[in-house]
Ligand binder design. Structure first.
Ligand code: NDP
Length: 291
């Protein structure tokens, strides 16, 4: 067996099981461990080796991939008997979602125990893993990333390396999640408008899906505007959004439907207008957020 095709997978929740399966599919020798060993049954039937404890799984090969519920769970595993010693000389890929500070602490801890460390943020559901475009944000020392790349590519074709600071993947994950939740709240308010007006909400979902590629291009432009610091109008004057959010709010009031989301959105844009940003590019709203 080629030693490059060995991996340990710690954590066999929905994501961890998928990760282990993908390695088995690629012919890896896979050692698995989970707090509840029953979840390894199907993987063992497919050829995975079940470690008796986390330490045995960490010792099994050069690369260990961990994907558990949160960093508290990861800490519980790494502080279990023998685990820290077993990490010596190993490469730990932490795919558990955490905060930037969690990642910094974990990297420092791993280094103190003689391990190299990479932080990864999975931006896909389990059944989207292993595809050529599956997004995976990764950060950590460059040579460690280069070494781990073949293991990461089994899981995701769309790897984005964000640099040496282990916290970068977690930070970018937070930033992109913010886009997702902001969009989701707007989508749900729109769904309420659609159902109140008697529209087919599934049709509304399809229309939204259709405008998303254009919207994504627009967001990309606004990101570049913020980075450049040039807020002269280039695509979308702030004033249009001041009026649009006010219209969404007023219509919600007229219809007697929930106004929480439009109150928040219209309030921000009105403050931007009052601050004299109405004649700038939409992205200038960030100036308000910097205060
Ligand atoms: P699950 O809830 O399916 O699984 C949780 C895993 O964590 C199980 O293996 C569980 O063990 C383990 N665990 C929880 N607490 C402890 C503990 N105290 N000690 C040891 N093990 C513990 O979660 P997922 O697999 O879905 O998610 C795993 C990670 O992947 C999360 O950080 C999540 O944010 C991230 N992720 C998940 C996505 C998804 O769509 N599922 C998408 C993107 C990221 P046990 O079986 O014994 O309970």
């Amino acid at each position: 067996m080629n030693s490059l095709k060995e991996v340990s997978v710690l954590g066999l929740g929905a994501m961890g099981v998928t990760i282990a399966r993908l390695y088995l599919d690629q012919g890896y020798k896979v050692t698995v461990w989970n707090r509840t060993p029953d979840k390894a049954r199907e993987l063992v039937a497919r050829g995975a080796l079940l470690a008796r404890d986390a330490a045995e799984a960490l010792r099994a090969g050069r690369v260990a991939v961990m994907c558990v519920y949160d960093y508290r769970a990861a800490e519980a595993i790494l502080s279990s008997p023998g685990a820290a010693a077993a990490l010596d000389g190993r490469l730990l890929v932490q795919l558990t979602t955490g905060s930037p500070q969690d990642a910094r602490d974990a990297q420092a801890w791993a280094q103190r125990h003689g391990a190299t460390y990479l932080e990864g943020a999975i931006q896909a559901a389990p059944d989207q893993m292993g595809q050529p475009d599956t997004p995976l944000l990764v950060s950590g020392a460059r040579p460690v990333f280069d070494e781990a790349r073949p293991w990461l590519e089994v899981l995701a074709g769309g790897i984005v390396y964000l640099g040496e600071a282990a916290s970068a993947a977690a930070a970018m994950d937070l930033a992109t999640l913010s886009t997702i939740y902001g969009t989701l709240l707007g989508f749900l308010h729109g769904a309420r408008v659609a159902e109140h007006e008697g529209f087919d909400v599934a049709a509304y979902g399809r229309i939204v899906a259709g405008i998303m590629p254009t919207f994504a291009g627009f967001l990309q432009h606004e990101g570049a505007v913020i980075q450049s610091g040039d807020f002269a109008i280039s695509q979308s004057p702030m004033r249009i959004s001041v009026e649009a959010t006010q219209r969404i709010l007023q219509s919600a009031r007229d219809a007697g439907i929930n106004t929480e989301f439009p109150t928040f959105a219209a309030g921000l844009f009105q403050r931007a207008d009052a601050a004299g940003l109405g004649g700038e590019e939409l992205a200038a709203l960030i100036k308000l957020l910097r205060r």
